[in-house]
Design a protein around this ligand. Structure first.
Ligand SMILES: Nc1ncnc2c1ncn2[C@@H]1O[C@H](COP(=O)(O)OP(=O)(O)O)[C@@H](O)[C@H]1O
Ligand SMILES: O=C(CO)[C@@H](O)[C@H](O)COP(=O)(O)O
Length: 479
């Protein structure tokens, strides 16, 4: 007779929603799940995430021995001496601090000095630039800030009611933490925040516990959502993830700390003690939603249209900078459509150009991580838009690399659950979970079509936004 399995829960508090999975701690099998939506804004009261967590976890956490939180990275959560939120959090996709980012880069020695100090060259997404914005635009609120947290830190803090803690993965997205050294750079924080020196959460090790919930469940350190997904997928050499959620991200695990002075690749830490070089775009899944809306259809209809057009969309190129862009750093850019002729201006080509344009943004991210020494032997496609039939058909063409889709599970929540199981079990490595099923996508017969699409995207990007075409952009996959 076998006893009841030990249960662990993972919470993914990402941009658009909270998703929770409850898993068997021994195998990783999901036994139940829940979700709840977040407000659609780039400035959100953290209490909305707590509301969504409460809604999504209703009746779900009974008997759970441990849980962990994977959260959207970078968001600036400010609390006062009494632990009250000072102002709504500015999220990773809020671009109002782009001028502050440029100033900070200049003031502290330029891009190479930042890459050396904190592994990344900050753009508007990074917490440090948001603190500078707050100091300049709302100094009376900045004066009230006693502690600065990230979204996952704040949720973990509320869950335990104890000390504020974080992990090196999420801390590495602040711009005032050195992933290579494993220490905060309080000098950078103070400089950015007009001399103010708020408290920061203690940085826990990968398997350390943050505390317990009032019900007695162990709470793990938690981490950023991309780090949690990497933990769920257990990435090996040559595995590069492309995640198509609100953000588009490209990342892999590395043993050496990245320091990309071009700013294209952020040198984050991962959730296991290693590093997570990552390129991030602001425009991914919601490009498809917007394109479907423009064409008067839904996501399934967009798939049908896009798959009825030929590769290359009849020569149409969509630069999908609908929310500005982060990589390349064009915070004020708008999207644009190029190559229109009477002969190619069809709903089918427009739909295909939207999918190809979104994927080309990620393909440029692949180029950037390859340039930082991360080999790409296969791409693992995850995130909400990996469910799209059109994305699955077009990704291998645009990426020019083998693409697999792991079981379309909630990988961030699964990674957070695996971290919780690790905190429960202890040890140097996370528990081994049963491998998940995956689909290998069909590869195009000839690589030339993909090269043409990628090359045209980069050429139009150069024409419109003066972004130089990187040297090894074509034919750079190590397949
Ligand atoms: N079949 C589909 N085709 C295209 N997009 C999809 C599909 N299913 C979900 N999505 C999109 O995925 C996004 C949510 O993905 P998710 O990874 O959960 O985002 P986030 O973690 O940023 O909140 C939504 O924008 C949604 O429209
Ligand atoms: O800013 C980044 C990565 O640096 C984003 O990837 C955020 O972490 C939000 O993720 P999603 O909600 O899109 O998953």
């Amino acid at each position: 007779m076998t006893g009841k399995p030990t249960l662990v829960a993972g919470i993914d508090s990402s941009t658009q929603s909270t998703k929770i999975v409850v898993c068997d701690a021994g195998t990783g099998a999901v036994v139940r799940a829940g979700r709840a939506a977040h407000p659609d804004a780039t400035e959100v009261d953290p209490r909305e995430w707590w509301r969504a967590f409460t809604e999504a976890s209703d009746g779900l956490l009974d008997g759970v021995a441990a849980l962990g939180v994977g959260g959207q990275q970078h968001g600036m959560v400010t609390v006062d001496e009494d632990g009250e939120v000072v102002r709504p959090a500015l999220l990773w996709n809020d671009t109002r601090s782009s001028r502050a980012a440029g100033e900070l880069v200049r003031e502290l020695g330029g891009p190479a000095a930042w890459a050396e100090a904190v592994g990344s060259v900050p753009v508007a997404s990074f917490t440090v630039t948001k603190l500078r914005w707050l100091a300049e635009h709302e100094p009376e609120l900045a004066d009230r800030v006693a502690r600065v947290l990230l979204p996952h830190d704040w949720l973990t803090w509320r869950l335990t009611g104890g000390d504020a803690v974080t992990d090196r993965g999420d801390a590495s997205g602040t711009g005032y933490f050195s992933p290579a050294g494993g220490v905060y750079r309080r000098d950078i924080l103070k400089h950015a925040f007009g001399g103010r020196d708020p408290e920061l959460p203690r940085v826990l090790g990968p398997a350390e516990a943050a505390g317990r919930t009032p019900a007695g469940a162990l709470v793990s350190a938690g981490t950023g959502d991309n780090m949690a997904a990497a933990l769920a997928l257990g990435l090996g050499d040559g595995d590069v993830v492309v995640s198509l959620g609100t953000s588009g991200t490209v990342f892999g695990v590395s043993g050496t700390a990245p320091a990309d002075a071009s700013g294209l690749v952020a040198g984050f830490a991962d959730a296991t003690g290693r590093f997570l070089p990552l390129a991030c775009t602001l425009n991914a899944a919601r490009v498809l939603t917007a394109a479907a809306g423009m064409l008067g259809t839904d996501l399934a209809g967009l798939d049908r249209l896009a798959l009825s057009a030929l590769p290359g969309a009849g020569g149409l190129t969509l630069l999908p900078y609908l929310d500005g862009e982060r990589t390349p750093d064009l915070p004020s850019a708008a999207g644009s459509l190029h190559g229109l002729r009477r002969s190619n201006m069809t709903p089918e080509n427009l739909a295909r150009a939207a999918v190809e344009g979104m994927l080309c943004g990620l393909s440029a991210g692949l180029d950037a991580v390859v340039a930082q020494g991360l080999p790409v032997r296969r791409v693992l496609l995850i995130g909400g838009a990996a469910r799209s039939e059109a994305v699955r058909a077009i990704a291998p063409i645009v990426f020019g690399a083998p693409v697999v889709v792991p079981d379309p599970a909630e990988h961030v929540a699964l990674g957070a659950a695996r971290q919780a199981a690790w905190a429960l079990a202890g040890g140097a490595e996370p528990p081994t979970w049963e491998p998940k099923a995956q689909v290998t996508l069909e590869r195009p017969a000839s690589p030339e079509v993909g090269e043409e699409i990628r090359g045209r995207h980069l050429a139009v990007r150069q024409l419109v936004h003066d972004v130089p075409v990187p040297e090894p952009a074509l034919g750079r996959r190590t397949t």
